[in-house]
Design a protein around this ligand. Structure first.
Ligand code: CDT
Length: 328
């Protein structure tokens, strides 16, 4: 018998700086309801789904930014979201900014900040937590930029690796689920670590500005979208998994982010794509048995991987120039 699940990408339109969690949650609950009526068992929301994409705003004192972070979930502001998750019997990916009091590498317990996502069970329990590993942007205010991207200021590098969990989804199916957050999708290493754990469903939220300020704001819009989709489609194909990749889209306080949320199958094909830059639900039926083909043939890792040739992947961070020819 085939293993089918129905998944939904719950794209969110813009959340303005002045809008609190009650606005976001008030828009997320109807999306959950629509997902339920369309037969979905899994719903994926974007990165930092409860607030505006706040790393574009500079706070000199980090503690002044605490209002953007969650110290507990559920909280009074998110309780109704968790109730809806329970009411509609859904498994949900939620991206949020997290403050945790926990030991650092030196063993000192202190206030730590992460860009986090969680898979929440229909009971409201947290099935799995992930903290973003690939933090883009910069740590200090950059006057030359039209848009700041201060993730390196507000967040520490995630310390949970790329975990995968097998958990029930709906009534009769268990699914190997893993997570990424935004910039992670551009890194094949992240996909492969998930693939090595036989991930079947990658859930991924993003907030991607339409302007590439690393390139003084210039990069054709279609290329911004192309690179996002290329990365996700390649990741799914090369690791024989599905992905639900979900944007926060539209113009937040004058700053544009592209949408194009997609659901991708293990062949790398786009099964569904959002067409607005607003709140929008897209749904796809996924036959998890499709993951078996790639995993047992061209990407049979046990048979074909050659780790002895990959040492540079984990021993080296930056690239090195090759030797010039002739070498004598
Ligand atoms: N949120 C996030 O990770 N966005 C990055 C672009 C940041 S531009 C400095 C992304 O890869 O989409």
């Amino acid at each position: 018998m085939s293993k089918f699940i129905t998944v939904a990408a719950a794209q969110l339109g813009p959340i303005q700086k002045s809008e609190g969690r009650e606005i976001a949650v008030g828009r997320m609950i109807p999306l959950l309801e629509r997902a339920y009526h369309r037969g979905a068992q899994v719903v994926v929301f974007p990165e930092l789904a409860l607030t505006t994409s706040f790393p574009r705003w500079y706070h000199e004192d980090l503690d002044e930014a605490d209002g953007w972070f969650e110290t507990a979930l559920p909280s009074p502001a998110t309780a109704s979201l968790f109730e809806a998750i329970h009411r509609f019997d859904l498994t949900v990916y939620l991206g949020y900014a997290e403050i945790a009091y926990e030991p650092d590498n030196a063993g000192v317990t202190r206030k730590r900040r992460f860009n986090t996502s969680a898979i929440i069970a229909p009971t409201g329990e947290m099935i799995l937590k992930y903290r973003k590993v690939h933090l883009p942007g910069h740590a200090e205010y950059a006057p030359a930029r039209k848009v700041q991207h201060l993730e390196k200021r507000y967040f520490e590098v995630g310390n949970l690796g790329f975990p995968v969990v097998r958990a029930p989804v709906g009534k009769d199916v268990s699914v190997n689920m893993g997570m990424m957050i935004c910039n992670d999708r551009r890194w094949p290493e992240a996909w492969r670590v998930l693939g090595l754990q036989q991930v079947e469903l990658v859930m991924l939220g993003y907030n991607t500005p339409s302007l590439n300020m690393e390139n003084r704001g210039f990069e054709a819009h279609h290329l911004r979208v192309f690179h996002s989709q290329l990365s996700i489609q390649a990741g799914c194909y090369q690791n024989a998994c599905f992905a639900v990749a979900v944007a926060k889209a539209g113009t937040e306080d004058g700053h544009e982010m592209f949408g194009h949320s997609i659901i991708v199958n293990p062949q790398g094909e786009i099964m569904a794509q959002a067409t607005s830059w607003d709140d929008e639900l897209i749904v796809a039926d996924c036959n998890l048995d499709m993951c078996k083909l790639g995993r047992s043939t061209i990407f049979n890792f046990a048979l074909h991987r050659r780790v002895e040739a990959y040492a540079r992947i984990t021993n080296q961070v930056g690239s090195e120039a090759p030797p010039a020819w002739p070498t004598r």
